[in-house]
Design a protein around this ligand. Structure first.
Ligand code: NAD
Length: 370
């Protein structure tokens, strides 16, 4: 299978993203690696991924002339914290890494965020290679340089923007991903469809069966399209200061509120985002921005990928609105990313709270017109 290559053009911080099947092979020659500063590094992964993929990665690095030590973290969002980060720094030090060492992050967004933050800060910054192993990480979190850890009072409150030297998205990793994690990643993929518009939505509509079967070729085309969209926003607003990169939060303000309401239990991030997308679509339609056709097509896409769409009946709209106001990504008023049309997102900084309350109530019942 052919692989895809993209460049994230950020001047001296530019890097390539490679997407395809069979990119990381035991005995493979590591040609995709850029020239790293030194030949010694660590592979940071977790207890679930290590038995599945670590050996292959270390053999691939060795064939390319790089010595690596494995650091295996506990698995789970609850370990994306300062305690585990401290342990990680100590293990990196014990492995003998100097300023010219590298960190290879082998995992989903949790490993990527932790290892990325360690790479950004250890000895004021060492080389970082992202090897994302979830759909979410391949289409989103491994690209763009955001990293960090959680505080008890909120997620991702500590972090930096530090670009990797290369991202290698080998879709073969996705073969071992649990079903629910796949669906969560597909929630983000549908988000990219809504951001990009007709062409990518048509691809997702036509290739749903192959994507759900995890056909490597379809997964690679999908990840390539998403990566291109994300890279484009990152290039235009690397540090998320101009409100350009903010549109990537479509569905997220509401999604974060739902996750918080459930205390990060029972409802996964991607599931919360899918419900958040439904609410953003519904509000955009109520505000007469999005056409009836566009609205129904978007809902059908969410349904096609079996994503959750209903606001839970027990959810109190006022509590959700209150949580949305407190989201760190929300501005001073109540802001949300909305759609003027499929493929035309914008940041609405002054959401009509009454209309939002009505929307949330309406989203407790199916919205699709059959
Ligand atoms: N930095 C960013 O720009 C950014 C963007 C979005 C999300 N995030 C962060 O990403 C995190 C979520 O990432 P995620 O959804 O990838 O979750 P995750 O990293 O927790 O991975 C999900 C689960 O799948 C397992 N897993 C990963 N790859 C596997 C594989 N190939 N085979 C079998 N099991 C595998 C993991 O061990 C874990 O149990 C959150 O912490 C979120 O804040 C960061």
């Amino acid at each position: 299978m052919t692989s895809h290559k993209l460049t994230v053009s950020l001047g001296s911080r530019s890097y390539s993203i490679y997407i395809g099947s069979g990119l990381i092979k035991a005995g493979g020659d590591g040609l995709l690696l850029p020239r790293l500063r030194g030949d010694k590094g660590v592979v940071v992964t977790n207890t679930t991924i290590a038995p599945l993929h670590l050996r292959r990665v270390q053999e691939w690095l060795a064939t390319a002339g790089y010595e690596s030590t494995a650091i295996i973290l506990p698995d789970g969002e609850e370990y994306k914290n300062h305690e585990v980060l401290q342990r990680l720094y100590q293990e990196i030090f014990k492995a003998g890494l100097q300023r010219n060492g590298f960190i290879c992050a082998l995992g989903g967004g949790v490993v990527g965020d932790l290892a990325g933050f360690a790479a950004a800060t250890y000895m004021r910054g060492i080389d970082l290679i992202q090897l994302p192993t979830t759909i979410l990480a391949q289409v989103d979190s491994a690209i763009g340089g955001k990293n960090g850890v959680n505080l008890e009072v909120g997620k991702n409150l500590i972090g930096t923007t530090y670009q990797p030297r290369v991202v290698i998205s080998d879709v073969d990793f996705i073969a071992t991903l649990p079903e629910r994690e796949c669906l969560c990643g597909l929630g983000e993929v549908v988000k990219y469809g809504l951001l990009a518009g007709d062409d990518f939505i048509s691809f997702l509509e036509l290739n749903q069966a192959d994507i759900m079967k995890r056909n490597p070729r379809s997964l690679a085309i999908m990840a390539h399209s998403c990566s291109r969209i994300k890279a484009d926003y990152v290039v235009r607003d690397e540090y998320d200061l101009l409100g350009v990169r903010a549109v990537l939060n479509l569905g997220h303000t509401m999604g974060h509120a739902l996750e918080k309401m459930y205390a990060y239990q029972n409802l996964a991030h991607g599931e919360a985002v899918a419900i958040g997308l439904t609410c953003a679509l519904s509000l955009s339609f109520s505000m007469k921005l999005l056409s009836e056709n566009g609205f129904q097509r978007a809902l059908q896409l969410l349904q096609l990928y079996s994503l959750p769409m209903l606001v839970p009946v027990e959810a109190d709209p006022d509590e959700l609105i209150d949580l949305m106001r407190r989201d760190k990504k929300a501005g001073r008023g109540l802001s949300m990313i909305l759609l003027r049309a499929l493929g035309d997102p914008y940041l609405e900084e002054n959401v009509d709270v009454e209309l939002l309350r009505e929307t949330l109530k309406r989203c407790k019942k199916p919205l699709i017109i059959s």
